[in-house]
Design a binder for this molecule. Structure first.
Ligand SMILES: NC(=O)c1ccc[n+]([C@@H]2O[C@H](COP(=O)([O-])OP(=O)(O)OC[C@H]3O[C@@H](n4cnc5c(N)ncnc54)[C@H](OP(=O)(O)O)[C@@H]3O)[C@@H](O)[C@H]2O)c1
Length: 433
């Protein structure tokens, strides 16, 4: 431990910061800019702390703060009233935050995995200790979708949430919409720091489904295990899909969606065809967009910068300010709910086939066999016969029924690669799902 602890006067709110990385260092700057001299960082914990002390944003940490490599200096200090966790991951973070809550400290975190997988127990612990656990930055970074839903929309009965909660996928797909190649734009996203070296958490939908579960708890009051939500990769979406989507008046986005269906929930994350008239199609680059549908209030759209140090730090600082002001927020109970990935919706199927007679009849037959009607068949000219793309769209059908037909089609000998299947969003689809 080094340095000395700042004021312990009754009025001051002393903050112990865990993690001085992108968001942690930005939080120091944004909190300093708030002009609230009564709220101050008194402790900073990080590994390799000497390196962090020379960080360009270290100047925003008050001069008397303790910089430490020993987390207990923060967790057990009676001078720390609130712990801000900006490290990420499940373990050992959960245990550390339990220690903080048990010691009667408030906690603010941006950690979506922790809240999605372990949130309910942590909320119960915080409530039992009479302290707050806020996580406004855990979904959509700087877009106040969590406080907006938990406070401003708590009076409505929200039946559906849908939107774009992964900026990396939105950057990739909105770049592909204007002609970029998947592999090249992924490399660009990695170079710009939007995407990890291993992009699986983003492109395969695992990050988005954790966020969807965080939102479902607040908006739909449903506890869902993220592992139960089907997630489909965007890595098989190609330029051809954008060309056909355009013809159908749509574009392609990674959409996260959860809908109350009686006492069940249907939820899914994956690439979907989105009509260009839907606000979900309008988000470009790393923007996030969440649309809630309420029984009484109708649709509400949240949109803005979903990630980045400063936007995310704004959400963290707002939570800290809310706690400093004694705001207790609206607490509504959530219960464990069964999840189904099955959705009744029109679907898009893109095939790459080796040209031969009878292909359309074979595909139509596989769909008819499970009772699915074709809505349209599209084929662009100019492709070679050994890799011929074409598209079939269906009338609304259950995704589980369609999967049976697709399994049959995948075995057909003219199929060059497995069919790409995507749900088609309908702008007002209250009647179809
Ligand atoms: N970045 C965003 O745009 C964004 C948006 C929304 C939410 N979030 C969430 O915010 C949190 C922080 O993200 P970030 O982007 O700021 O990450 P980051 O830049 O990697 O910062 C994490 C910091 O924590 C430190 N750290 C990590 N594990 C540690 C350990 N076991 N012991 C000690 N120090 C440790 C890291 O030290 P080293 O420097 O040594 O690695 C680093 O300084 C995550 O939960 C993330 O999901 C981030």
């Amino acid at each position: 431990m080094s340095g000395t602890v700042l004021s312990t006067s009754e009025k001051a709110l002393n903050v112990g910061l865990l993690g001085f990385g992108t968001v942690g260092s930005s939080f120091a700057e944004v909190l300093a800019a708030s002009g609230r001299s009564d709220i101050r960082i008194t402790h900073v914990y990080n590994r390799g702390i000497e390196r962090k002390k020379t960080h360009e944003r270290a100047k925003f940490v008050p001069s008397g703060a303790v910089w430490t490599e020993n987390v207990d200096d923060v967790l057990t200090s009676p001078n720390v009233h609130l712990v801000v966790e900006l490290m990420g991951g499940l373990d050992p973070i959960e245990g550390w935050l339990r220690t903080a809550l048990n010691a009667g400290k408030h906690v603010v975190t941006a950690n979506k995995q922790l809240i999605a997988y372990r949130g309910s127990d942590l909320f119960a612990l915080a409530a039992s200790k009479g302290v707050q656990l806020l996580y406004g930055a855990a979904v959509a970074g700087g877009v106040p979708v969590i406080p907006g839903m938990s406070q401003g929309l708590s009076g409505d009965k929200i039946t559906r949430i849908s939107g774009i909660v992964n900026g990396t996928c939105n950057f990739i797909l909105s770049s592909m919409e204007t002609g970029a190649d998947y592999g090249e734009v992924l490399k660009k996203a990695q170079a710009a720091g939007y995407a990890e070296a291993n992009p699986s958490a983003d492109v395969d939908g695992f990050d988005a489904r954790a966020k969807l579960c965080v939102l479902s708890r607040i908006a739909l009051r449903a506890e869902i295990n993220p592992d139960d939500v089907p997630a489909q990769t965007i890595s098989h979406v190609s330029a051809i899909d954008f060309a056909y989507a355009k013809e159908l008046g749509c574009t392609v986005r990674q959409v996260s969606r959860a809908q109350l269906d009686g006492d069940k929930i249907s939820a899914r994350v994956g690439p979907m065809l989105v009509p260009t008239t839907s606000p979900i199609a309008w988000s470009h680059g790393t923007q996030n967009m969440v649309v809630t549908s309420g029984k009484f209030g109708g649709d509400v759209v949240f949109s803005g910068h979903g990630a980045g140090g400063h936007p995310t730090a704004v959400a963290v600082t707002s939570d800290v300010l809310a706690i400093a002001e004694g705001s207790v927020g609206v607490r509504l109970p959530a219960k464990k709910v069964q999840v189904s990935g099955d959705v009744l919706a029109p679907h898009y199927l893109r095939f790459i086939v080796k040209d031969s007679p009878g292909i359309v009849a074979a595909i139509a037959g596989a769909l008819a066999h499970v009772g699915i009607n074709i809505d349209s068949i599209l084929q662009h000219r100019g492709h070679t016969g050994d890799r011929l793309p074409f598209v079939v769209t269906t009338e609304p059908c259950l995704s589980s029924t369609l999967e049976k037909a697709v399994a049959e089609m995948s075995k057909m000998e003219f199929m060059v690669e497995p069919p790409q299947v995507m749900q088609i969003l309908v702008v007002d689809d209250r009647d179809t799902d």
